[in-house]
Design a protein around this ligand. Structure first.
Ligand code: ADP
Ligand code: MG
Length: 263
């Protein structure tokens, strides 16, 4: 077998339906430069509601930059990025509108070290959304239960393991009730024994029908959970396919080389 399984239970695909009509993200002829450096080249990508997409590719190929363009942590210079029907432009109202719907989880968990776990989860709902404190705390506890660490609510990030901190970061995103989740190598900074607990949380999100774009080197996760794998190299989408075909029958030399190195 070319990639290890992540979980040895059956994954419940009941709610993992890909919409035929509802588009979550559409990227059309998108290009981006960092100064003179052409980092993203002619990106075309349509993500339907309910898709679980894994983005793979060598370091420096533009994976992070691509997903950061989806919530405008990076600006593109040419082409269109449309999220839930809203085109991202320099209009900050639209950027806000899109960010409300798009959660993001990073390699380094980016929790506020001086706030408790509960405070990390309620900060944005209270101050950005105007949710009453008691209600924000109730929601936060629900999501901490979902990621199976309600008992950590009163602790500070530094008192938690890396895996626990990443689960808090996912719960924090979910508190904002996103329709799309972006993951940028969420398990790359974790000790091996903690990778599985974070992937389990991501799998449970997929089982509930969340639209997800995940940059990850976890090819077992790609195989078990993704409906589509996208391979990037040098700022371009080189090839994309269903996981089965992607792993068993890669088309391009660069994809073959990448897979031979990673698997
Ligand atoms: P990946 O996530 O696939 O490793 P990135 O999207 O982080 O790739 O980076 C793609 C390329 O863009 C790399 O060559 C990187 O050095 C460069 N890059 C990333 N961010 C910046 C930036 N803020 N300024 C200039 N170059 C950048
Ligand atoms: Mg990256």
């Amino acid at each position: 077998d070319v990639s290890p399984v992540v979980v040895d239970r059956d994954i419940d695909t009941t709610n993992m339906q890909v919409s035929k009509t509802e588009v979550a993200v559409e990227i059309i002829g998108m290009n981006k430069w960092f100064g003179d450096f052409h980092v993203l080249r002619d990106i075309n990508l349509k993500v339907m509601k309910g898709e679980r997409i894994v983005i793979a590719g060598p370091s420096g190929s533009g994976k992070s930059t691509l997903i950061r363009c989806i919530n405008r942590l990076e600006e593109h210079q040419k082409g269109q990025v449309i999220v839930n029907g809203v085109e991202l432009t320099s209009d900050l109202k639209r950027v806000d509108e899109v960010r409300r719907e798009v959660g993001m989880v990073f390699q380094h968990f980016n929790l506020f070290p001086h706030l408790t776990i509960l405070q990390n989860l309620t900060l944005a709902p209270i101050w950005v959304r105007g949710v009453p404190k008691a209600q924000a705390e109730e929601t936060a506890m629900l999501y901490l239960e979902r990621v199976r660490i309600p008992e950590q609510a009163a602790k500070y990030p530094g008192q938690l393991s890396g895996g626990q901190q990443q689960r808090v970061a996912i719960a924090r995103s979910l508190c904002m009730n996103p329709r799309i989740m972006l993951f940028d190598e969420p398990t790359s900074a974790l000790d091996p024994e903690m990778v599985k607990e974070v992937l389990e949380v991501m799998i449970s999100l997929a089982e509930e029908g969340m639209t997800m774009l995940c940059v990850t080197h976890e090819m077992g996760f790609a195989r078990q959970v993704a409906n589509r794998v996208i391979f990037m190299d040098q700022g371009q989408i080189i090839e994309q396919n269903e996981p089965e075909a992607f792993f068993s029958n890669p088309q391009h030399e660069r994809t073959k080389l990448f897979l031979s190195q990673i698997l």
